[in-house]
Design a protein around this ligand. Structure first.
Ligand SMILES: *Cc1c(COP(=O)(O)O)cnc(C)c1O
Length: 303
């Protein structure tokens, strides 16, 4: 499987290279050349699969050729050792609005755990032994904790997390700052946008060109590929599979909804997606007006 830039002007890369790079040189994002399709019958077979088996099955076509099937399955097994269904991905029926998919039962309480327990181990497995990588990430709380927890102790990898002073919760600050080892957290006297700006500038900084700098934000395919598993798990937990299925997905960088749409491309019978945003509505405004006009992020009850 090759990966292409969405803008079409960068060279196609293989899985290892996209995993350890950020955005494409032409400014696009890397996407797989195609989406492996699963038939209705195959999807029905997923009904009883464990989290580990489901993950291996869905993801292997994307990594084939770079890791042997046995090695890959071992990585997935280790990453998701404690993940059981329905404890980790729980579909809860509500009185009025259908179902809510609870994704906060991972180690740091953020749904980002579901991908970030796997990504660092995959990177550890595909990196050459003399390779060194520096991951930088800006966080408003959820991402940093999940990144820190997932990358802790991965050899050859250092992680630097930038977070805005006074803007993350106390427990999240502890998740970022108390692990040590290969995880460093920097408190920035500013808001989240300042942290994001510093990360962007680091990528453009010529004096850092000797460091292999990689983003752990949601532009990394290793972040959103593993987010498709729980769409399959939600589907299998539904009582009435003949009804039209609609997902409404709280969106920030739209990585989560992208993974959902990918699971649809792979054969999951999803009828419709709603991309929900809060007051930070740069993307809906862009879609409406074709003007990309980011405004300063407003703090809301949802980080
Ligand atoms: C990260 C996050 C989002 C946004 O996810 P994207 O993949 O960036 O769209 C929404 N809600 C919560 C609680 C999050 O942690």
């Amino acid at each position: 499987m090759k990966y292409f830039s969405t803008r079409g002007n960068s060279e196609a890369l293989n899985f290892i290279d996209v995993l350890t790079s950020g955005t494409a040189k032409d400014g696009g994002l890397y996407v797989p050349e195609n989406f492996p399709k699963f038939s209705k019958e195959e999807i029905a077979d997923f009904e009883t699969a464990s989290y580990q088996d489901l993950a291996s099955h869905l993801l292997y076509p994307y990594v084939e050729g770079f890791l042997s099937k046995d090695d890959f399955e071992q990585v997935v097994k280790n990453a998701y050792e404690s993940f059981t269904i329905p404890e980790v991905v729980k579909l809860v029926e509500t009185k009025n609005i259908g179902y809510v998919l609870e994704l906060f039962h991972g180690p740091t309480g953020s749904f980002k755990d579901l991908a970030l327990q796997l990504l660092p181990r995959l990177i550890g497995a595909v990196m050459k032994s003399d390779q060194r990588s520096l991951y930088v990430v800006a966080t408003s709380g959820d991402t940093g904790g999940a990144v820190a927890n997932g990358f802790l102790g991965v050899e050859g990898v250092k992680v630097v997390i930038l977070y805005p002073k006074g803007k993350v919760s106390e427990i999240q600050e502890k998740q970022l700052t108390t692990l040590g080892q290969n995880i460093s957290a920097l408190e920035v006297d500013g808001v989240f946008d300042d942290c994001q700006e510093m990360v962007k500038n680091a990528f453009l900084d010529a004096s850092l060109s000797s460091v292999q700098l990689t983003s752990a934000n949601s532009i990394n395919i290793g972040r959103w590929l593993p987010q498709m598993f729980y769409y399959f798990i939600a589907y299998r937990a539904l009582k009435y599979k003949n009804k039209k299925l609609v997902f409404s997905i709280p969106s920030g960088n739209f990585g989560n909804i992208c993974a959902g749409i990918m699971s649809q491309q792979m054969g999951l019978p999803i009828n419709h997606f709603v991309a929900s945003t809060n007051v930070n509505d740069t993307v809906p405004r862009y879609l409406k007006t074709a003007n990309y006009e980011p405004l300063p992020t407003k703090q809301t009850v949802s980080n």
